[in-house]
Design a protein around this ligand. Structure first.
Ligand code: SF4
Ligand code: SF4
Length: 371
């Protein structure tokens, strides 16, 4: 019964999401992703970061100042996101101070490794920061090895626990999402073997124990913040379909109103050729992977959030990591001009016209390598 309801819920949410596209204005934006650095201190096998063709660099300070001035008092959100670890940019706190001053809401996505107690509390002190996405992704020692970090897993996981139980965070209105990646049965195969169902439920049971402890330590049961749970929201662990990892593409489990676990299926993201080649040339690669473009028309809601890459290129969406769908460079084009451009509107309504989009909505095909 839960299974059938779960299926129905997913189908309805997909219909709702596609219908919502027609309400989106194609000439404006509410949020912009900015890659303040493309450098990263991790080398995750599941990330195209290491196979990136463009330079690893911090965004020019003058570009950031231009972006922040344009967003000033406009009721828009800036998300420090795309590739790279934002905390490696030494100007990070300067940009947060400007967001405070200019009334710009800020979101941060981080691999967490540099989020010491001091850095975390300093981040929370900025009233502009309303959402922090912790890219935990790998919740066990085996899958953490895929991240190319010199940090031991216990140390990494302890960082998460410290963040969860930080006194200032418990009382903060800043929402923390813990991201977990699911590649289980990714198009009928396992791409990196990073999702282990049994160990996932063990992790969730740890989370459940944390939940009780958090309430006993004064975590508010209700918050002034609106939950951004979306279509796959669950408030009770028992309500999550036990085999969700095999079919649903997303889970949003609310631990407390300002803390959640978010599970996403990696198969939904497009992969540039350079990344597919990189995957195929790994030492222990068992498969040849092909990205097969699909030729049916579809609308794309991702284009509603333009991105500025670290080289200044403004691109249509965060999947386009090399900037093939560039709308111009921030050095000469404003965000507003990029948002109003014809190319963006076409990418949103007819993404099939672009090779990057056809691959993005394509299908990964696996072929076992004969030894
Ligand atoms: S931490 Fe994030 S940006 Fe860095 S390599 Fe891993 S997934 Fe990519
Ligand atoms: S279809 Fe195109 S615009 Fe949409 S998410 Fe993919 S690359 Fe981005």
């Amino acid at each position: 019964m839960i299974d059938t309801l779960g299926h129905l819920r997913i189908i309805l949410s997909k219909i709702k999401r596609n219908l919502s596209l027609y309400k989106i204005k194609v000439d404006s934006f509410n949020e912009v992703f900015v890659e303040i650095t493309s450098r990263c201190n991790f080398h995750c096998e599941f990330c195209p970061s290491d196979s990136l063709l463009r330079k690893k660099e911090d965004i020019k300070d003058e570009y950031m100042l231009k972006i922040l001035s344009e967003l000033r008092d406009k009721n828009k959100v800036i998300a420090f996101h795309v590739l790279g670890e934002p905390l490696l940019n030494k100007n990070f706190f300067k940009y947060l101070s400007l967001c405070d001053e200019y009334n710009i809401e800020a979101h941060l996505t981080t691999n967490m490794s540099l989020l010491t107690e001091e850095v975390f509390e300093k981040t929370l002190e900025h009233k502009c920061v309303t959402l922090i996405m912790l890219s935990l992704q790998t919740y066990n020692e085996r899958s953490f090895k895929l991240r190319g970090s010199s940090m031991p897993f216990e140390e990494y996981f302890a960082l998460l626990e410290k963040i969860v139980f930080n006194e200032k965070r418990i009382r903060s209105n800043c929402k923390i999402n813990i991201s977990v990646m699911n590649d289980y049965h990714c198009h009928n195969d396992e791409l990196w073997r990073l999702f282990y169902p049994e160990e996932f439920w063990k992790f969730m049971n740890t989370i459940e124990k944390w939940k009780d402890k958090l309430f006993s330590q004064g975590s508010p049961e209700k918050s002034r913040m609106k939950s951004c749970g979306g279509n796959f929201y669950y408030g009770r662990l028992d309500d999550i379909p036990k085999d969700f990892y095999n079919r649903a593409d997303e889970i949003h489990y609310e631990i407390t109103p300002n803390l959640a676990v978010l599970v996403k299926h990696v198969g939904k993201f497009g992969m540039p050729d350079s990344f597919v080649n990189f995957l195929n040339n790994r030492e222990n690669c068992q498969y040849k992977i092909k990205n097969i473009p699909q030729l049916f028309p579809f609308p794309c809601w991702s284009v509603q959030t333009p991105c500025v890459l670290s080289n200044g290129e403004i691109t249509c969406c965060c999947v386009d990591i090399e900037g093939a769908l560039s709308l111009g460079n921030i050095e000469i084009v404003s965000l507003e001009e990029a948002a109003k451009s014809k190319k963006r509107s076409i990418a949103m309504k007819h993404p099939i016209l672009f090779e990057t989009c056809r691959k993005c909505k394509g299908r990964l095909a696996f072929q076992k390598i004969k030894k």
